[in-house]
Design a protein around this ligand. Sequence first.
Ligand SMILES: Cc1cc2nc3c(=O)[nH]c(=O)nc-3n(C[C@H](O)[C@H](O)[C@H](O)COP(=O)(O)O)c2cc1C
Length: 342
Amino acid sequence: MSKRPKPYAISVAPMMDWTDRHFRYFLRLITKRTLLYTEMVTTGAILRGDKHRHLAFHQTESPIALQLGGDHPEHLSECARIGEEYGYSEINLNVGCPSDKVQEGNFGACLMGTPERVAECVAAMDSATRIPITVKCRIGIPGKDRLEDLSDFIRIVSDAGAKRITVHARIAILEGLSPAQNRTVPPLRYEDVYEIKRSYPDLLIELNGGIKTLDSASDHLSRVDGVMIGRAAYENPFLFANADRIFFGETDSPKTRREVFDSMAEYVTKRTEEGEKPSRILRHLLGAFHEVRGARLYRRLLTEKMHRNPEPRLLQDALRFIPSEYLDQRLEKEISRIGSVL
Ligand SMILES: Cc1cc2nc3c(=O)[nH]c(=O)nc-3n(C[C@H](O)[C@H](O)[C@H](O)COP(=O)(O)O)c2cc1C
């Protein structure tokens, strides 16, 4: 059986605290075909923590990649195997996170300094599973930030079995910058990622970093196999309303915002009955509207009430502030603009 992953043209990035199962459920109502990633889950959390809490997901979230954080081949291969059992489509290794905590554990971006170690991890994960193993990395780290270093890293890691490499097109600075600064301060170097694709034409290369519209994703796709969008997906999930039509050849009309929110209201009710705190879900919907009349009142009502045992109808009540014509609009023309058309 080939373990080559499907060539997803577009994906939503792994983001700690953001791309949890509730946000992914929400996104899935907007795009059925985009590849979604979990937040990074450390091997320790799976092997010694509440595995089910970290790994359970709703079947509609597929295709979905589980992102693991760790540096120990045996631990990673065990977690990859467990991830496969849970039904994940792919397992991804985080080689891009620059946080101090992650560095203390010797994983994330600092692993770019030891490609052989990453290769051992990838090989172990690959032999433990039947699903594709992929890697998300940076352009480099200080001292190893030339294109040749990245090229060596990619060769070593792909020889070990990584089938798709996502490159966040910035170096990670391991000292003196917060993770948030590490997503803005080092300059974007898209050209390096294009060059990697030219050097490894058979390898699936996905580009990440600073992409805010589907139009610009389309531009990059003439030079790489896939584009990963992070912050813009969280800040404006309806950006993806036309992703299935543009990138996956679907012909169905996108849902209206009201249709999506009606489904979310049902989801909030169901999950709350099962014991979830409504605020864990509703927090992801706070930023769903931009620049439209009533958005501030919508946000204020949700923020004020969502933590205090809210009424089941809280979401619908908040939506009353948003103009009907906006909620009922088919998003066919608003392909890639952030913000409203009203
Ligand atoms: C809140 C937040 C959490 C993140 N957590 C992760 C993570 O768990 N794993 C990871 O590989 N990258 C993580 N990232 C980085 C993103 O995956 C992505 O590489 C980065 O935001 C650049 O893409 P963008 O410019 O499209 O946002 C995180 C980013 C944000 C904003």
